[in-house]
Design a protein around this ligand. Structure first.
Ligand code: ADE
Length: 266
């Protein structure tokens, strides 16, 4: 996959692409990337990239000229072109999978009050928000999207790790290979088996794989019910999950041990 990110502050992005799993994916040729400084496409001697909003209002808007030229050079809109904005469609794992199937992805990081609508109309294929809050720079949102997407590219991460984490967990796949519904990941433990007088749940050291799988599924359902109950309302929940759900509800097990804390949502 080739990722092009257009930004007024490409330095904010560089460290991510040069570190950890992404650096390895780039070295192995699974991902390539280009960080484009939109200011390089400004035409005046001050390299101006923003101006006031027509009709009035606070803040500045990114100029269509330099951004449009940068997008044209990047190959938009023939390539999937995502503008990160709080007024976009809410990002989720299904969208990450969809983007991961593209050969090329172009991302536009907004600054100030955003970008001119005519640039969106001409070049942008997807407007995406990473959550219901407002960031001061689209770069942070772009990195969230890139991180969720590139790790789904074949070969970057092993299939087993992907299958077992939250939003890909242990549920049957539909004919399109996608999970029909999602659970949050079960709790995990490592050595020592007894830490600060808290022993690891016995089943996990039993070596009994079927019991371990059952325990994990149950804990996933319990956690999903506590933190994200709306995920369990999705269609296509397997009968085993529905049965566990009924048991947990009857036991009153949707609550975590210390839910007395009023700051915690349950
Ligand atoms: N830019 C500012 N806030 C954002 C958000 N929540 N998602 C995507 N881009 C943004």
């Amino acid at each position: 996959m080739n990722i092009t990110v257009l930004s007024l502050f490409p330095g904010m992005l560089r460290g991510f692409f040069e570190s950890s799993i992404m650096a390895r994916a780039v070295k192995r040729g699974l991902v390539s990337y280009e960080l484009v400084d939109i200011r390089d496409y400004a035409t005046d001697r001050h390299r101006k990239c923003d101006d006031e909003v027509f009709g009035g209002g606070a803040g500045m808007l990114m100029l269509p000229g330099p951004l449009g030229a940068a997008l044209e050079a990047a190959g938009s809109p023939a390539k999937r072109t995502v503008f990160l904005t709080p007024s976009g469609r809410l990002f989720n794992q299904a969208m990450a999978r969809d983007f991961a199937a593209e050969r090329d992805l172009v991302l536009v990081c907004g600054h100030y009050e955003g970008i001119d609508q005519r640039v969106i109309d001409t070049y942008v294929t997807d407007e995406v928000s990473i959550g219901d809050y407002v960031l001061s720079s689209g770069e942070v949102a772009a990195l969230v999207l890139v991180d969720a997407v590139y790790r789904l590219v074949d070969g970057v991460i092993t299939g087993e790790s992907l299958a077992e984490e939250s939003f890909g967990l242990g549920l049957p796949e539909g004919s399109d290979g996608r999970k029909s519904a999602s659970l949050l990941e079960y709790p995990q433990y490592t050595r020592p088996a007894d830490y600060a007088s808290m022993p690891v749940p016995e089943v996990l050291t039993s070596g009994h794989h079927a019991n371990i799988a059952r325990w994990r599924l149950r804990e996933s359902v319990r956690k999903t019910l506590a933190y994200r109950p709306e995920l369990l309302a999705a269609a296509g929940l397997p009968e085993e999950v529905r049965r566990l759900l009924r048991e947990i509800v009857i036991e009153g097990g949707s609550r975590e041990p210390d839910t007395e804390d009023p700051g915690r949502a349950n």
